[in-house]
Design a protein around this ligand. Structure first.
Ligand SMILES: Cc1cc2nc3c(=O)[nH]c(=O)nc-3n(C[C@H](O)[C@H](O)[C@H](O)COP(=O)(O)OP(=O)(O)OC[C@H]3O[C@@H](n4cnc5c(N)ncnc54)[C@H](O)[C@@H]3O)c2cc1C
Length: 365
């Protein structure tokens, strides 16, 4: 199936952010097969690779104009689905993959804590080894999908050795609570919240990968998230550019022609250049992944470039339309874009990664 044959779900208009509507939109995408993109056929996926995922996400973003939905899908795919494919045992894959692929189980990853998200080394959540398995305690914040998720890959420091462990936590596990946390502006339709673990006992089978390998697993998950989360957002930005162009040519509801002002035309040229450049970077990452290559450097470069592009173009789109630009959905994209500079690692963290790979600085600091 080529990307143009993939039938996108009809999601209807974005309603005010609500948990019910977020779940409905997520499940419609799951029914259409969006969660199976880039997953190999032996794991129950469509087996069409990362380039196909990128192409479909771009179309989905352009059609839905909903960065929150894009965030929710990406948190599920890179935060839960792919870590299980990459690091899960056969038994874990048999337990979790079918439900994560058909969307009957919504997933995500819980890394960030109220004391800070950038420094994973400062993580306070703790996994104590006990005869039954692990006793988990800690609080995770700003976790995409938490209010609608049934499964989280939650990261916690191990009490009996160096490093971090990754654990499957279910929303109905005794001692686990997934809830709506503080409300934040930006990507609100994704729904995010807290994952609180209070003496949450999980059996040894809930440990994902090797004990102490959590930090590498976080990097591996974020590497893919950083590369591809902006594919759908590029679609939203394609709509944003077309909308701004239509208005600037005087063909939109505002009926004012601003495009004859060179300053306005230059803003539109910059928007076009940013969008095309970030799409080239995302496509490059997809080609590398399809060739089985790691993309540690390329994904940090893509995330940095794309998130800064989204924010600048969102500001430009409002500005081009004047006060009329504040009337409808364009200002919401500015808030979404501000969130985009934070999730999956802030712009400073991407620069730290790039600098480290250049042999200067250190990852995370
Ligand atoms: C919409 C949204 C969705 C999210 N979804 C998830 C999710 O699903 N799972 C999850 O675990 N987290 C999620 N997060 C949290 C996100 O990962 C964090 O916001 C991010 O890692 C930054 O952490 P922080 O907000 O605690 O800021 P801090 O880490 O406190 O950083 C504050 C400022 O200090 C700077 N800074 C911090 N450390 C350094 C450093 N070493 N070098 C240079 N500058 C530094 C940062 O760049 C930033 O400007 C989400 C956030 C948002 C906004």
């Amino acid at each position: 199936m080529s990307d143009s044959q993939f039938e996108l779900p009809d999601l209807g208009p974005v309603k005010k952010a609500s948990v019910q509507d977020a779940a409905r939109r997520f499940h419609r995408c799951a029914e259409a097969g969006v969660l199976r993109l880039a997953v190999a056929s032996e794991h129950g996926g469509l087996g069409k690779g990362f380039s196909n995922l990128v192409a479909v996400h771009k179309r989905l973003g352009q059609q839905t104009r909903d960065p929150g939905l894009i965030l929710a899908l990406n948190a599920h795919v890179w935060g839960a689905l792919f870590p299980i494919i990459k690091f899960g045992s056969e038994a874990q894959q048999a337990d979790w993959l079918p439900k994560l692929l058909d969307g009957s189980l919504v997933g995500g990853h819980a890394i960030t804590e109220p004391n800070g998200g950038s420094e994973t080394g400062a993580m306070l959540s703790i996994a104590e080894t006990v005869p039954q398995g692990y006793r988990l305690n800690g609080c995770k914040r700003y976790i995409t999908n938490a209010p609608i998720a049934g499964l989280m890959v939650a990261y916690a420091r191990l009490d009996d050795g160096p490093g971090i462990g990754a654990f499957f936590v279910k929303s109905d596990d005794p001692g686990a609570e997934f809830s709506r946390g503080p409300s934040v502006a930006g990507c609100a339709t994704a729904t995010m919240g807290d994952v609180v673990l209070k003496d949450c006992l999980v059996p040894p089978s809930r440990l994902l990968g090797k004990p102490g390998a959590g930090a590498q697993m976080i990097q591996s998950a974020l590497e893919l998230e950083r590369a591809f989360i902006f594919a759908g957002i590029a679609g939203v930005m394609r709509w944003q550019l077309e909308h701004a162009l239509r208005e600037a040519r005087g063909r939109g509801p505002n009926h004012r022609r601003q495009a004859m002002h060179q300053a306005v035309a230059h803003r539109l040229a910059d928007m076009k250049l940013r969008l095309d450049t970030m799409e080239l970077w995302i496509d490059h990452c997809a080609n590398l992944c399809d060739a089985g290559r790691r993309i540690t450097l390329e994904s940090a470069q893509t995330k940095l470039l794309a998130s800064e592009a989204f924010l600048q173009s969102s500001l430009d789109a409002v500005h081009i339309l004047g006060a009329f630009g504040l009337e409808h959905e364009l200002p919401g994209l500015v808030a979404d874009a501000m969130a985009g500079r934070l999730f999956s690692g802030t712009s400073e963290i991407q620069k730290n990664i790039i600098a480290t790979l250049l042999g200067v600085g250190r990852i995370g600091g």
